[in-house]
Design a protein around this ligand. Structure first.
Ligand code: K7E
Ligand code: CUA
Length: 664
């Protein structure tokens, strides 16, 4: 079945007008600020000095490639976690140990675009163990361990391009998903080298189900489902009655490949794709899939060696839905849906058509009934398309302009972000009645309620993550910090409480009570458990070794000196590796390491950890190194020298330390 495309110039004109609206209203200013803020807003967000916030708020950094952690309700920035981009502050991606985290089949990739943090879940509720996030550009998923707030593993997604509808989780984090934004030709070289014009014949999509090991957090791709060539945008797992299903929004069902802003908006409806992942899991288990080319890296942080390890997989298990009826269904969804959200009861699926003037709410029960009754309007590239009217619970009429994303509270209400009309709209999931609306400043993208995409939202707040900041803060040149806004949802009416700037561009975010995260907190690494091959677990183990052109310095740090702090016998042409072990066994006492002229960032070494900086000296002389983190009253004394001699020098390789406790 192919529905007719809107090709008449009249309809194109109408579509054009919608784009104009969509593009031109991005700075529209709602009511005045004064009217929007209550008098007691300050006391409701004030966290007094020394007191803690109630929630951790993990926010995507967008084009920063990282995840930022804020406290709520204060909006205070607590930490920026390096994930997909190198981070000179911590040495992530610069130290020899961390480079492997960013390794891919295309080599070392130092940047990505991170969009959707998703907390791991137990019984459909965030459990405070991990936070996943997608890398959009070079398709990857990362897992952050909330014991350390560090990236613990990263897996590359093969046969994908633009990993956007990712990494949403099933109710017990059996899987996180990755759906490709761009469809592409796949397979061997000759099948990939095809004219772009052959999109319809040759381009396909995939959705992948990634399994994180519950113990180690190491990830592998359990199976991948091949789909028609469309763009996947967002997704969410079913829960409760819809547990076992996954829902993905798709656009560009026109299968356009150029002038997308017009050509991919022709159809009146695109789709929500429903995936029976329990069935897929069963098929995979029964060996029904096919191993197809799909080389990818799975990188994992080994907490004992304090180093990244990479496993390279050559292929991936793929399922073809054409061979397995019942695996995939399409539900028609108006106008280029973006968000795809499932309410806490698991009964309703919300599609948010960016260009639609309503919000369709689908009923899982009706979807099951339509499947059972074979109530189809046809098929799309071999996949059954259910009838819109048959699967619809109802439509939210006139909610606002440019609906993007929906989150939920525990009382049956939904909160939808409206990009074009710059507002949050609250509505009731059962009655579909609009209950309240508040302006956002400006052009909200995602929004987030603590636990708001889970079975049991904690509610209390909704946070808007805005695309445009304009005049909200003191100007800082052409680029302004992006902006988040905190609203109370405890009463019937939403109330603006706080604005706070964010790092990078926030897309999605998650929040969780701090009490659920803190029991796993790691304060330092036990030195006796350090299995780094170049660790020096005491100053007696410090030394220098030459292996041809490589010089390995086994170094330690403790307040307030390095051992060794004088090294001689390094020659031009050598590669010097400083393997620095931080001997401290105390909370919050990292030491830093930097050496003059290093074409590299510093190291920041946590207590009990070993990290390595590679340095290639470029000239003869005596070169200082020092600790970069103000660690004690004698931090400024924490320094050393390396003597670099000409390539033909006969100065012997020696290292010595003159320090008060060198023999400890
Ligand atoms: Cu910013 Cu989730 Cu990538 Cu919508 S997406 S806004
Ligand atoms: Cu160690 Cu400053």
């Amino acid at each position: 079945m192919k529905r007719p495309l809107l090709t008449s110039s009249l309809l194109l004109g109408a579509a054009g007008a919608l784009f104009l609206l969509f593009n031109s209203l991005q700075g529209c200013r709602p009511r005045t600020v004064e009217a929007a803020v209550g008098g007691d807003a300050a006391s409701r967000t004030y966290v007094k000095p020394g007191a803690y916030d109630e929630f951790y708020n993990l926010v995507s950094g967008g084009f920063s490639g990282q995840v930022a952690v804020y406290g709520l309700p204060s909006g205070r920035l607590l930490r920026e976690i390096p994930v997909f981009s190198v981070d000179p502050e911590s040495g992530y991606g610069y130290s020899e140990e961390t480079k492997g985290m960013l390794s891919t089949t295309q080599g070392f990739i130092p940047w990505d675009d991170s969009h959707h943090p998703e907390l791991s879940q137990t019984d459909g509720v965030p459990d405070g163990k991990w936070c996943f996030i997608n890398g959009n550009n070079t398709p990857r998923i990362a897992l952050i361990d909330l014991g350390t707030f560090r990236t613990a593993s990263i897996i590359e997604i093969p046969n994908s391009a633009g990993n956007h509808s990712s990494p949403f989780t099933t109710g017990n984090s059996e899987y996180v998903v990755a759906g490709t934004r761009f469809s592409i030709p796949m397979g061997d070289e000759s099948s990939r080298d095809v004219p772009i014009k052959t999109y319809k014949e040759n381009f396909k999509g995939t959705v992948s189900f990634i399994h994180p090991d519950p113990e180690t957090g190491k990830m592998n791709i359990a199976f991948q489902i091949k789909t028609p060539g469309v763009n996947f945008d967002l997704s969410h797992a079913g829960k409760g009655p819809s547990e076992g299903w996954f829902f993905f929004s798709c656009y560009n069902t026109e299968q356009a490949y150029s002038l997308m802003e017009v050509n991919s908006s022709q159809r009146d409806k695109d789709f929500i794709m429903a995936v029976n992942w329990r069935m897929a899991e069963q098929l995979a288990r029964e060996g029904k899939g096919k191993r197809v080319p799909g080389k990818h890296h799975s990188n994992w942080w080994n907490h004992h060696t304090h180093s990244a390890e990479s496993t390279v997989y050559e292929d991936v298990l793929q399922l073809d839905p054409k061979e397995h009826p019942g695996l995939l269904y399409f539900m028609p969804c108006p106008k280029s849906p973006h968000g795809c959200d499932v309410d806490p009861s698991g009964k309703y699926i919300i599609g948010s058509g960016k260009l639609a003037a309503l919000i369709p709410v689908f009923s899982f029960e009706k979807m099951k009934a339509a499947i059972a009754a074979n109530d189809l309007e046809g098929d799309y590239d071999g996949i059954p398309v259910l009838k819109y009217e048959s699967v619809l619970h109802g439509e939210v009429k006139k909610p606002g302009l440019g609906p993007l994303h929906t989150e939920f509270d525990a009382n049956g209400n939904a909160y939808t972000s409206m990009f074009v009309s710059s507002e949050i709209v609250k509505w009731n999931v059962q009655s579909l009645e609009v209950l309240d609306r508040v302006p956002t400043y400006y052009s909200i993208g995602h929004l987030m309620v603590p636990g708001g995409d889970s079975k049991k939202p904690w509610g209390k707040y909704v946070v808007a993550y805005n695309k445009i900041t304009k005049d909200r803060y003191l100007p800082t040149g052409p680029e302004l910090s992006q902006s988040a806004q905190l609203y109370s949802i405890e009463g019937d009416k939403m109330e603006l409480l706080l604005d706070f700037p964010t790092t990078g561009e926030p897309h999605y975010a998650q929040a969780i009570p701090a009490d659920l995260v803190r029991p796993r907190e790691v304060k330092f690494f036990k030195i006796e458990e350090n299995q780094h091959p170049y660790a020096a677990k005491g100053e007696k183990e410090t030394r220098v070794e030459r292996k041809g052109k490589e010089v390995h310095i086994y170094m330690t740090t403790i307040r307030s000196h390095f051992a060794p702090d004088n090294v001689e016998g390094v020659k031009l042409g050598d590669e010097v590796y400083f393997h620095v072990t931080n001997l401290e066994q105390d909370w919050d006492v990292p030491h830093g390491f930097a050496i003059k002229g290093a074409q590299n960032a510093e190291l920041l070494i946590m207590p009990g950890e070993t990290q390595t900086l590679k340095w290639v000296p470029g000239r003869v002389g005596v070169v200082p190194y020092y600790c970069t983190d103000f660690c004690s009253a004698l931090h400024q004394e924490m320094q050393g020298y390396v003597r670099v001699s000409p390539a033909n020098s006969t100065v012997p390789l020696t290292a010595y330390t003159v320090s008060v406790d060198a023999e400890l």
